[in-house]
Design a protein around this ligand. Structure first.
Ligand code: DQA
Length: 144
């Protein structure tokens, strides 16, 4: 089973950006955490990050027929991007929306998620460990 873990804008700055919200661990720490968990649960995981909406669209399209699941943290594009919603719908790959923080308890503009209707679940407010929960969810979904 192959999972694609996609991260949107500014997530490369984890550990530096607003540590009171996103914590002190870095993007590289996140990659290591995901790799270790993938090995532990016996799945392959490819982790990517881009600050560019179109690149994320390309990667979601690429997942069709190549990956069994996507963990998608669209970051700020969550709240703006119909293109990402359409890409997830078009790809037809089970996708879990992921947020390190809980956007629903923050500023009102973060309460809108355009991608949520296309996703099988949303994991939010669990810190970096949320990525691992999302991977477990996708694995369970594949097995059932
Ligand atoms: C985020 C939440 C978004 O509102 C924000 O724009 C981000 C990160 C999260 O992981 O908590 O960049 O997706």
């Amino acid at each position: 089973m192959k999972l694609l873990i996609l991260n949107g804008p500014n997530l490369n700055l984890l550990g530096l950006r607003e540590p009171e919200i996103y914590g002190n661990r870095t993007y590289s720490d996140l990659c290591k955490l995901i790799e270790a968990h993938a090995a532990a649960i016996g799945v392959e995981a490819e982790v990517r990050q881009s600050n560019h909406e179109g690149v994320l669209v390309d990667w979601i399209q690429e997942a069709r027929g190549k990956f069994d699941g996507i963990v998608l943290n669209p970051a700020a594009y969550t709240h703006t991007s119909i293109a990402l919603l359409d890409a997830v719908l078009a790809a037809g790959v089970p996708t879990v929306e992921l947020h390190v923080s809980d956007p629903d308890t923050r500023e009102p503009f973060r309460r809108i998620s355009y991608v949520r209707p296309a996703c099988i679940a949303c994991v939010k407010g669990r810190g970096l460990e949320g990525y691992l929960d999302a991977m477990d969810l996708l694995k369970l979904k594949m097995e059932n």
